[in-house]
Design a protein around this ligand. Structure first.
Ligand SMILES: *Cc1c(COP(=O)(O)O)cnc(C)c1O
Length: 493
């Protein structure tokens, strides 16, 4: 256990310690990470920090006390709605992220059904198999049932199969624009059409695409319709802390009108502390996140986003060409934006991933089918050639060792199956920590390197493995007793 230090420390000492601790973090600034961080430029980051700092102490819980925050949120929501084909009826709120936006959309659908569809007793969501786990999380939290429908061979939602899955208990159908795993845009028009015919709601998860697709289209790339211009679409989630390049903790949930959005709100008017009303999950909301989002949208404007999207898409074109030129690997499906999955028909893609990890790249592993995930951002323009060179080398290496590794990979058991999916360090960490669950003996435990997001997205949902992951989640918030301690007894990694 770590106790609160008994005395004060100089601020500079604390900060220096923190700078030292972060040296092993993923190198996002050099464009080495292909997920988790969206970096436009140092100028943009500087502006975000300044805007965030200006409103660092303000609390978005009560916008009446801070008319500035009220204005920022209203305008951010309005600008986002305008970008996504909204009209005078469109309403929305800022949330802490895509997950909260999706939680709200699902909760709203549940309460909408409670008031409009009394025959529904166990509400069901119809999801393409590629839809984000935030929908399962929402169903888990709000006691709903998810119906996952396999996608087609192009990784896009199979609309006839989704239609066939609709039951009298269905309340919401979901499509992604684009999906996270392969970056393809689901046939939103067709999904929304079915939803309309069946009198259920239709949510478009544009968390990652909402601030990219409109500009990609304006640049002349071909895209299917995906926003409020499509009849039947009733809500859209859009993250600002992704391709809007806002500070983390900023997303928008939009609804086609305020009647629907009313089901999102929560009021407790009986509390001794006064009348408490809250639009979304959180109570206190950081004013900085609202302010920084407003700042970046006003700073970049349409023109700024268009220029960044142009750079990103040129990088994507170069990467796709380069990947196509390397024999043995390919881009899965035909992603119209800047999210790509690299797969292989002949080689073990996870070995290629491990080789790339060794040359300093951070890529998430995916499954069904096995692939490596790339979120291309502005930061990757400068490193695309280096990445392609390292990829070619990793592929050559994987080809050389295929036979030996094939023999090695004839393994059984959940842990060993996981080993093919997870990066090496994560795996030894997991096996070490999982010893109690699996009856294994773990080796020395290395530092905690698990990329939670990638891990949660890539783990299969099987009993033993779930237990291991739950165990890991539990361990992540415990102090690492194996890390060396400094003079004051404080432990650092
Ligand atoms: C990132 C993402 C989410 C979840 O957003 P968070 O901000 O991580 O909570 C949901 N859907 C898609 C398609 C995403 O890419």
């Amino acid at each position: 256990m770590v106790a609160l230090p008994s005395s004060r420390k100089p601020a500079e000492e604390v900060l220096n310690t923190m700078r030292r601790i972060r040296t092993h973090d993923a190198k996002w600034h050099e464009g080495r990470t292909w997920s988790l961080v969206f970096h436009a430029s140092d100028e943009v980051t500087g502006l975000l920090q300044e805007a965030y700092g200006l409103f660092f102490s303000e609390n978005g819980l009560n916008p009446m006390a801070f008319p500035s925050l009220k204005k920022f949120e209203a305008e951010v929501v309005s600008m986002t709605a305008d970008l996504l084909g909204g009209d005078g009826q469109t309403v929305g709120n800022m949330t802490s992220g895509g997950t909260e936006s999706i939680l709200m959309a699902v909760k709203t659908a549940r309460d909408w059904a409670r008031s409009k569809k009394p025959a529904v007793t166990t509400p069901e969501l119809i999801l393409p198999s590629t839809a984000h786990p935030a929908f399962d999380k929402a169903a888990h939290y709000f006691c709903l049932k998810t119906v996952r429908v396999p996608v087609g061979s192009d990784y896009r939602a199979d609309v006839p199969a989704m239609e066939a899955a609709v039951s009298p208990q269905t309340i919401l159908m979901v499509g992604s624009a684009p999906s996270y795993p392969q970056g393809v845009v689901d046939p939103i028009r067709e999904i929304a059409q079915v939803a309309k015919e069946k009198d259920v709601l239709c949510h478009v998860d544009a968390c990652v695409g909402g601030f990219m697709l409109p500009f990609v289209r304006q640049l002349g790339y071909q895209l299917p319709d995906f926003d409020f211009r499509v009849p039947g679409v009733t809500s859209i989630s859009v993250d600002l802390h992704k391709y809007a390049y806002a500070a983390k903790g900023a997303s928008v949930i939009l609804y086609k009108d305020s009647d629907l959005r009313r089901h999102q709100f929560f009021v407790q008017s009986d509390w001794s502390g006064g009348i408490y009303a809250s639009p979304s999950m959180t109570g206190t909301r950081p004013g900085g996140a609202l302010a920084a989002a407003w700042a970046i949208m006003n700073f970049l404007g349409r023109q700024g986003y268009l220029e960044i999207a142009d750079t990103v898409m040129k990088t994507v074109v170069r990467l796709r060409q380069g990947i196509e030129d390397i024999k043995g690997v390919k881009v899965l499906g035909d992603p119209p934006m800047s999210i790509l999955a690299i797969g292989s028909d002949s080689l073990n893609i996870y070995e290629i991933g491990d080789a790339l990890t060794k040359s300093g790249w951070h890529l998430d592993r995916q499954q069904n089918p096995p692939s490596l995930h790339l979120t291309v951002t502005h930061a990757h323009a400068a490193v695309a050639e280096q990445f392609l060179a390292d990829l070619a080398q990793a592929v050559a290496q994987a080809r050389r060792f295929t036979l030996a590794k094939l023999i090695n990979s004839i393994q059984v058991g959940a842990v060993k199956a996981a080993a093919r999916i997870l990066p090496e360090e994560t795996m030894s960490d997991l096996t070490g920590r999982a010893s109690s669950v699996m009856g294994l003996t773990g080796g020395q435990l290395p530092g905690r390197t698990a990329a939670m997001y990638g891990m949660m997205a890539s783990l299969p949902n099987r009993g033993d493995l779930d237990e291991i992951v739950l165990d890991l989640l539990d361990q992540l918030t415990r102090v690492d007793e194996t890390a060396p301690a400094d003079q004051s007894g404080q432990r650092y990694e």
